[in-house]
Design a binder for this molecule. Sequence first.
Ligand SMILES: Cc1ncc(COP(=O)(O)O)c(C=O)c1O
Length: 382
Amino acid sequence: MKPVIPLARPDLGPDAAAAVADVLASGWLVQGPAVAAFEGLVAQRCAVPHGVACSSGTAALHLALEALQLPRGSKVVVPGYTFPATINVVLLSGLVPVIADVDPATFNVDVDSALRAFDGDDGSTDGSTAAVLLAVHQFGLPAPLEVLGPACVERGMVVIEDAACALGASLEIEGRPRPAGSLGAMGCFSFHPRKIVTTGEGGMVTTGDAELDERLRRLRNHGMQAGPDGLLFVEAGFNYRLTEMQGALGVSQMARLDDLLADRQRIAAGYLARLPALERLGVLPPVVPAGATPTWQTFQCRIPATADLDQVIGSMRAEGVEVNFGAHALHQHPAYSEALRASTGLRGATEARARGLALPVPGGLTDREMDRVIDTLAAVVR
Ligand SMILES: Cc1ncc(COP(=O)(O)O)c(C=O)c1O
């Protein structure tokens, strides 16, 4: 039996265990100095003044939406191909999701479809303008905010980045690379083990807005605020705090961020160099638009339109190559049927789900292992 090539593998480095042991010895286990240090490092990396750590990427998205204090029923545009946490938080906040289609070449939101969704031009809703764009940087590739950002400003819409996979990504705007997490009013990160940096579970909201920062901090901690009259509960909030053990892991991971990103770039370059040989079989590489620098949290190619994705995944796994589909087409799940734009069919999202195949990206993947992945894929789709 050949050894299994895993889809991903958290890369914690030699200092993580000692950092967590120090926290355990200190006795301060929840939201203290280690969490504050982690927040500072992520905010600095995103070139914004504030980072608010929380218990998951989903919690970060939920906090960001709640911090805006939108009237119930406000519309939030979400891409139709994503991890469903993106739309779940919209529904849980009493807001109305409007689904825009995606471009199956980049797996990111399609600009024209998003613009129609902004203006209620898709026939699915009452025709009013949306309040928020939840811009997913799918698999760590920045969404086309160089176009959609100004379109949101024109309409008075707020951009929240779902940057779950995008710590370290950037997008050129007016000739200058700008980090993910600084491209909207708030950036929401996940530190799940499949992400670039992990704390086990964990998340963070980055923002340049001091008022939003204050509100996010209050909401993650039961709505509590310290003032001259002591600690008061000034609104209903959540417990979305991060533990100190996770904060310490985050600090030790941030010291390795550039190395972790460089390793992903190396692996992606390796796949991009090998995939042209499979184009005659109908396998297509992911497309990176000019000006965008992805993290390659996931490296997802497209299998031929005639191939069956489940079969390809099953056959590759049987050969010890762990592959998977990357995300979900929301309209294929019953929880979101209300949010559907019945007429357009969300063709891009359907194609992304049917053809998108995520290849293994564990840290340290060797050239020989990449050869094996690509040879196995060729044999399976042939
Ligand atoms: C695009 C996107 N948004 C949100 C999330 C949710 O993050 P978490 O699992 O940390 O709650 C994920 C996680 O996979 C994701 O990929």
